[in-house]
Ligand binder design. Structure first.
Ligand SMILES: Cc1ncc(COP(=O)(O)O)c(C=O)c1O
Length: 370
């Protein structure tokens, strides 16, 4: 089997004809289809990057002691999660880590990777890259998971739905995973973007108890600190597992560049920029939610995260994308890209400039009034 035949086409390519329609709208497209940050990298982070530019030697795979402490400090301040800094492992963007974790764990054709039935597609891609099986599971249906399961992904707040798993539900998943010899990996990319609720980390003692056994969590700096372009995240959790992951990283040369390590240290040591960025997203969310509701959409979940998950009676996701592109020049993502349960939903990202979001709000109001 060739590598390409193990992987589907990149799904966003299918949106191209609809994007064309949105671009033709007077005043141009408002692209809310992808959650890519558009606001500047905070100055405190850029300065740290520049100050570390003279980096001729190999960096530490484990990350500098300053970076590991900054990560543990941020976890403690922001999420009330307490870990030993030596269990922190920097990763070159969490997407890459998520995609390769099954391979790194040595999973193969006899094994199954489990992920939510509406999910970020990279969990499934990771299973495919390892030649393992993927199994999409609805909430609370862990009893249906095959005995070959080795890795269970949680994602709260969820991409795409913005749904938050309460601590009790996560605790149930941790207990199930531990009793079945399954590693629970929690992707907490949007953990600080709680709007109507405060998301709880899987590493919080209310979820994992006194022990970190069998649990790890993945944190991205891309959204918190507008660092998607730097490729910066980290993983921490089960100390024995983190030791093994570090060994693989060292042997395989999975090393975060030194200037990015310095930038990430600055980002994790500063909360002010993250608070400002969250406020920007909150204001955009209000405008887009009001506009979508006025245009006949219902917003579901979306209590946290970087997206609005919306549906309009009588329209499937592709028809809703067409409608918004043609009538408002707004490009959104079809929910079916995240699983068949999303086929009547659209995902609307909050990542456009204030000017573009204001234009989207005005266009939606105009459409509602027609
Ligand atoms: C749920 C989820 N996890 C992980 C990522 C990857 O983030 P990054 O690779 O930028 O750290 C994303 C990106 O949008 C995401 O939505």
């Amino acid at each position: 089997m060739t590598l390409a035949s193990r992987l589907p086409e990149y799904p966003w390519d299918e949106l191209a004809p609809i994007a064309e329609k949105a671009r033709a709208f007077p005043g141009g497209a408002v692209d809310l289809s992808i959650g890519t940050p558009v606001d500047p990298v905070p100055v405190v982070i850029r300065e740290a990057l520049a100050a570390a530019a003279n980096a001729p030697g190999y960096p530490l795979t484990a990350g500098t002691p300053e970076l590991r402490s900054a990560a543990a400090g941020w976890l403690s301040r922001s999420l009330e999660v307490h870990v030993d800094p030596v269990t922190v492992l920097p990763v070159i963007g969490t997407k890459e880590f998520i995609a390769w974790l099954p391979v790194v764990l040595g999973l193969g054709p006899a094994d199954t990777v489990v992920y939510p039935s509406l999910a970020y597609p990279t969990y499934e891609m990771g299973a495919r890259l390892a030649g393992a099986h993927g199994f999409a599971v609805d909430d609370g249906a862990l009893a249906e998971v095959p005995a070959s399961a080795r890795l269970l992904w949680l994602n709260s707040p969820s991409n795409p739905t913005g749904r938050v798993l309460p601590a009790a539900a996560q605790r149930g998943a941790v207990e199930w995973a531990r009793s079945h010899g399954v590693l629970l990996a929690s992707d907490e990319c949007y953990i600080e973007l709680g709007w109507d609720v405060t998301p709880v980390s899987a590493l919080h003692t209310s979820v994992r108890g006194d022990s970190l056994d069998g649990v790890l969590a993945v944190f991205s700096l891309s959204k918190r600190s507008n660092l998607a372009g730097y490729r910066a995240g980290f993983v921490t959790g089960d100390p024995a597992l983190m030791k093994e992951l570090l060994l693989v990283g060292r042997q395989a040369g999975m090393i975060m560049p030194a200037p990015v390590q310095a930038a990430m240290t600055a980002a994790l040591s500063d909360d002010e920029h993250a608070v400002e960025q969250k406020a920007r997203y909150g204001a955009r969310r209000d405008i887009l939610a009001a506009g979508l509701r006025g245009a006949g959409f219902t917003i579901e979940h979306s209590e946290a995260g970087l997206y609005l998950w919306a549906t309009r009676p009588g329209l499937n996701c592709w028809a809703a994308c067409e409608l918004l592109a043609a009538e408002c020049g707004i490009l959104v993502g079809p929910g079916s890209m995240y699983g068949s349960a999303g086929s009547d939903y659209i995902r609307v990202a909050l990542t456009a400039t204030d000017e573009r979001v204001a234009a989207a709000g005005a266009r939606l109001r105009g459409f509602a009034g027609r």
